[in-house]
Write a protein that binds this ligand. Structure first.
Ligand code: 13P
Length: 252
């Protein structure tokens, strides 16, 4: 049992139009009262302001999926963390493997984005995770340790940082690591954070992400050291997302 309040966050990625706000409305309606867990939805940036209005009066928080490191300037197409906050975001995801792969984001870039999120008052969800080749080569723990060392800034505290462990090979594939592999990685991440940040590090939440679905959520949340989930595909449908949120509720 963990004393940390779990976080279940939905990453819509490049999916959703204003019609999808109905799904957020349905999550709001379907949430248990109190929900027992923290809930966040990270829609595409075009929907953040509207999502912020839709979640009004509910415990659901809204987040962005990425931000630029700078406050403003000549960066066509980019969004500053301050803009996300202004639109109503509380969270921002940085370092997702799709950003690292599609946009060549290095650990240094991810670190600067995390600092930008804090500068804007956002809580940062920072993603790490190994590829299939790295796991097969027995390098998973070392790769994630390197990502943590390179992309988590010194200003990290339990209140401003959440780590999401997302094995690249488990994202969108229907594959998940074994419970033992998830437990091993979460323990490893927790130990590195505690080593570097002391009690604050030990208090940081570590989410699991990668093919979390209604039918495997309970099993994943039962794994030691799993403080919540970052959910992709299954967060797009209210019924699926609600089932995952309910699976994360602490047993009474
Ligand atoms: P899926 O849940 O679709 O595998 O995506 C996971 C993810 O990348 C969340 O950030």
């Amino acid at each position: 049992m963990t004393a940390k309040t779990r976080l279940v966050a939905g990453n819509w990625k490049m999916n959703g139009s204003k019609a999808s706000l109905m799904e957020i409305e349905a999550v709001k309606t379907g949430l248990a009262n109190p929900p027992g867990v923290e809930v966040a939805v990270c829609p595409p940036a075009t929907l953040i302001s509207r999502a912020h209005i839709v979640v009004g009066g509910s415990p659901i928080l809204v987040g962005g999926q990425d931000c630029h490191a700078e406050v403003s300037g000549a960066h066509t197409g980019d969004l500053a963390a301050e803009m996300l906050a202004d639109a109503g975001a509380t969270y921002v995801i940085v370092g997702h493997s799709e950003r690292r792969a599609d946009h060549g984001e290095t650990d240094a870039v991810v670190r600067a984005k995390a600092e930008a999120g804090w500068r804007a008052g956002l809580t940062v969800i920072l993603c790490v995770g190994e590829t299939r080749a790295q796991r097969e080569a027995g390098e998973a723990l070392a790769v994630v340790e390197g990502q943590l060392a390179g992309s988590v800034p010194d200003g990290a505290r339990a209140r401003n940082l959440v780590i999401a462990y997302e094995p690249v090979w488990a994202i969108g594939t229907g594959l998940t690591p074994t419970g033992a592999d998830i437990a091993e990685m979460h323990a490893h991440i927790g130990a590195r954070l505690a080593e570097r940040f002391g009690e604050d590090g030990a208090g940081m939440r570590i989410l699991y992400g990668g093919s979390v679905k209604p039918d495997n959520a309970a099993e994943i949340f039962a794994v030691a050291g799993v403080d919540g989930a970052l959910v992709g595909g299954a967060s797009l449908k209210a019924a699926d997302f609600l089932a995952i949120i309910n699976a994360a509720r602490p047993a009474e």
